[in-house]
Write a protein that binds this ligand. Sequence first.
Ligand SMILES: Nc1ncnc2c1ncn2[C@@H]1O[C@H](COP(=O)(O)OP(=O)(O)OP(=O)(O)O)[C@@H](O)[C@H]1O
Length: 258
Amino acid sequence: MAKRLDITDLNVYYGKFRAVKDVSLKVPPRSVTAFIGPSGCGKSTVLRTLNRMHEVTPGAYATGEVLLDGEDIYGKAIDPVSVRSTIGMVFQRPNPFPTMSIRDNVVAGLKLQGERNGKKLNEVAERSLRGANLWDEVKDRLDKPGGGLSGGQQQRLCIARAIAVEPDVLLMDEPCSALDPISTLAIEDLIGELKRDFTIVIVTHNMQQAARVSDQTAFFNLEGVGQPGQLVEFNNTEAMFSHPDKQETEDYISGRFG
Ligand SMILES: Nc1ncnc2c1ncn2[C@@H]1O[C@H](COP(=O)(O)OP(=O)(O)OP(=O)(O)O)[C@@H](O)[C@H]1O
């Protein structure tokens, strides 16, 4: 649980288009790293390469190295499906299986892995729902459909589903962008709790959110339309928001562009 990620010279292409250029950064275990930057600078693209999710896009490929506790996730013997269970992802829009029960939503990944023991599945469902701060709200309706929950509850259900398989890393792609402010705060609090057990990387458009939840921040930018996104500054979050190293970062976080 909670492993580190070492990313070196990562370049990502969609066919001939290079979307991201020469990204290197280190994500320590049990920390939250935020990716910020203007639209199109490659935040989601980089995030998706961290569990090989970009490979589901035809023509997309990455060069460079991504190590999980020293092991290359792009190694020849590595199955991308297993990478996606050790490095889980939560998406922008909550995507529970709407007609599946709340309990079955949480343990869907475990069942796919072949777990059939009902007692074990119930235990994992409860532990994961507690871990996602959702247990008290759903414990009396575990057999009701996941689609019947509010948007914020659905997102916490998706987080419960992601942590049920005990991943080493949790990737979050703008997990609050479809949520109201109260649900957003609930997810932000939850991120603070989850980092005790998981390594977390979150893409966010919201700089206040990055400042609130993350330990380190990576600021991406691009020189112009059609140019690849680049990592401009990677720093301790407090330092980044109080005295950034680069003028470009200062301009972005003070709202001068983006
Ligand atoms: N499936 C795809 N096919 C082709 N190009 C893509 C694809 N997804 C992203 N891109 C391109 O890659 C670049 C980076 O996009 P990406 O979505 O990673 O940026 P982002 O920083 O996450 O943007 P946003 O904040 O708007 O979500 C953009 O030029 C985008 O058009």
